[in-house]
Design a protein around this ligand. Sequence first.
Ligand code: LLP
Length: 416
Amino acid sequence: MNYYFTKKTNFYGNSTPRELVEKYGSPLYVYNESILRQRCQEMVSFVSYPNFTVNYSCKANTNLELLRIIHEEGLHADAISPGEVHVLLKAGYKSNEIFYISNNISKEEMLYVIKQGILISVDSLSQLKQFGEINPGGRVAVRLNPGIGVGHHKKVITAGEDTKFGINLEYIPQVKDIAKEYNLNIVGVNQHLGSLFMDGDIFIEGAKLLLSAAKEFSNLEFIDIGGGFGIPYHKQDNEPRLELKEFGKKLSKVLEKWAESYGKKVEFKIEPGRYIVAECAVVLGTVHAKKQNNQTIYIGTDIGFNVLARPMLYGSHHDIEVYKNIPDNNSSSLEKVTVVGNICESGDIIAQDRLLPKIEVGDILGVMDAGAYGYSMSSNYNNRLRPAEVLVKCDGSHVLIRRRETLDDLLRNFIL
Ligand code: LLP
């Protein structure tokens, strides 16, 4: 049961987790190409509406090789920073395949994006003005806040009452005034309710709100109804997947009906990040210590919150698989443990009070579903090195797709 996910998916291909760690070091991000491709295909075929684009929200993971695979599967991308644009272009995405969803950006940044020929979405009246000043007569999109939000934690709810994002619907008249003043062509509206929903109905409700607001604009080429598609992080407890079939059918109907009444062929976009990449990665780490402090048994590993920040930041759950160094005859024995990293903060906890197969020093742990907001939120805190990334290809072989940082990388930006 403990290896349920990686066994079922043949996650490590022709290798074992231990062989990968021996070759590439620990901790290590391991990605599985087949799972990545499968998730892309599920999103691309999500709705039957013909003019439909999936923009991969690359903040979830910008590994160049993964970006290339995602592009090969027919996805476009959204970006939020010049750095993301830079990497997307390098990975082969064309300017017209990138949508820049900006938030509070400088004139210089706006100009950079415009010069790349990339369409920008702005999310405040003042940024729309700024856009008009530097690019009068230009094409632009606006991000609206439909008034409802979703998310696994209040920090990632990006619409509704309590968020910095989007333009509230009551300001649409002012949006139009500014557009008129600068002769701007509003070609798209977008929204993002937030990150991680497991029930499609809320997404459809949000889409309907955006669609009804979109009628206010007469020249739309596209409507982007956002991302946030959730994945089951509790697989070991049989958490069901997000149901896509009925959800997609229902949504298609809503989109088709709207497009008919708008009287113009519009494109619909979605922008999933997590759904595409979360499940295709495991972080492998090594157990270096075990001790009991009062009531708690601590398993000390090299997977600190510099490597995977989500548990520390949001209290997020990630399933853990245990790969024994010395096979345990009594393999059914479980122990309640708290799995921690090697960073000098007590909050450096990957899993608290988790019932796991008995763990000893030398064992390897796999932290599941780490592909989204894993490496992309890793850091050099405590001057630790970011790990290497390895891809297990469809044929079961593996290849390094980002080298581990070196100590010299830590000195790169100093004036020596
Ligand atoms: N579009 C916009 C405008 C976004 O801000 C985001 C995510 C997405 C799309 C993609 O959302 P997704 O499909 O991945 O849920 N670090 C957090 C998640 C932050 C999401 C930020 N925005 C986490 O680890 O859960």
